[in-house]
Design a protein around this ligand. Sequence first.
Ligand code: DGJ
Length: 564
Amino acid sequence: MKQPLQRFPALWRSAQFIVSVGLISFWSSTSEGQSASESQRPSLERTAGVAQLFVDGRPWLIRGGELGNSSASYRNYMEPYWPRLVKLKLNTVLAPVYWDLIEPEEGRFDFSLVDGLIEDARAHNLRLVLLWFGSWKNSMSCYAPPWVKRDQQRFPRCETSDGKGMEILSPFSEENLVADCRAFVELMKHLRAVDGDQHTVIMVQVENEIGMIPEARDHSPAANEMFAGAVPPALMQCVTEHKETLIPEFRDVWQTTNFERDGSWQECFGAGPAGEEIFMAWYFAQYVNRLAELGKAEYPLPMFVNAALVRPNYEPGQYPSAGPLPHLLDVWRAGAPAIDFLAPDIYFPNFVDWCEQYARSGNPLFIPEARLNGQNAANALYAFGEHDALGFSPFSIESVDNPASHPLRKCYQLVEELTPLILEHQGKATMVGVTPRVPFDEQEISTQEVVKLGDYELTVTFEAINPWAPPSDKPPERAPVGGMIFSTGPDEFIVAGTGLVITIAPATPGKSQAGIVSIQEGHFVDGRWTPGRWLNGDQSHQGRHLRIPASSWGIQKVKLYRYE
Ligand code: DGJ
């Protein structure tokens, strides 16, 4: 069932005020006079309970793909891959910008890679989401420039509890923050100069998969001092004001101290690693917030952060802790109000579960990374249909070597056709996404889910192997399953996806059975339904169900009637 979206949760607003008046400030700069096209710059708009990314004045669903880490570090490398991305029906590419390559010497900036990326994206009619590989990349600081890496005195690292330096820049160092901010601000300034009127770059991810590992917190002297100090009132005020709507996992930790408000981190959040993780999350968030504030002052593109997710039963310190994880959503929001949303990198198979955890308390869902496989292509339809996702973007997208037949292309073809319909149904209870909640195990070939939509109950059987496929010598291959369903009239649905068999029953008083008047496959061309074959015979088991067989991706319109 869909979770209603809260509009602009008050937590974000109050935190914004508190943090913007309460932070360390270095310098500030503001954008001056704006051109008309600049005023149409990409923005995140929240209306009628749904967040939409606007590009050139229109909502934009990201049919994305993220490049492998090194692919944007040498312009020529990408040359053969751009056409593949186009063939995959992407409209947006997520690509890194590397701090060490744009600022090889302190204060000397070189944006030639960024300019090349923008030029190549434009040449292929693609937009970009840039990923700032600054202080942190997958917990580590591997993209910090050499002059930062080599000067541990000036740019301190996190330390282990036995006092050893880690290859993780400490968020408790003002020098680290100033250096990272300066580079990020230069990047945003440059983007405004070269792209402020064209909007090839539509969003920016600030840092990449921030996290503490293998200990839950930094034990450097500066960190220890902060850890022994009081929890900042800014955090306590936010979480106190929103105590009733806090993420339950965070609330559970706070409850262990009976919701203590005044005291040290241990006094407020307990002596265990969960409290240490909250402490780190707050200071990581504050650091990132400063980058986002200063970057947006130059060029206010939407900005987000991403997280490496937690393996089942791992404790803080065992996984990259304190990043923008779902159990820390309240802490990150309070600490980084200049960040527009938190995003999951979904490499685990329980896709539904992670989407649900991120689509809480008004956090728009965007999936900047996911494992590049067929099932995730079908899962993307679930994310768009069930959670009004801003977009989806599997990782290492250039590694697809069969773009014409890849499931992602089939998925994105559907999303492209359906975009007007998706946008029309966002924020309403007239669209659902479906995909198996529990991933199939090796033995299973089908599983079921029941959804209520409009006046009907739809029983969706996910069928990974098409039992009606023509006989073959080879064992049948399991195919992706999932899709989306729109209620387009009192007795009418549009179903899109793959590997779906749907039976329908009335869910409201009246005649007790539902019959199929007609099922027709078709396409949307420029937003208009363009019908194809009439499927009232074998293809719907003579009107018993709607079927989009495994391995074929399609759209069908079903009209119903009721009888006793
Ligand atoms: C998640 C990271 O965010 C990416 O940059 C990359 O390292 C992938 N993991 C590799 O699977």
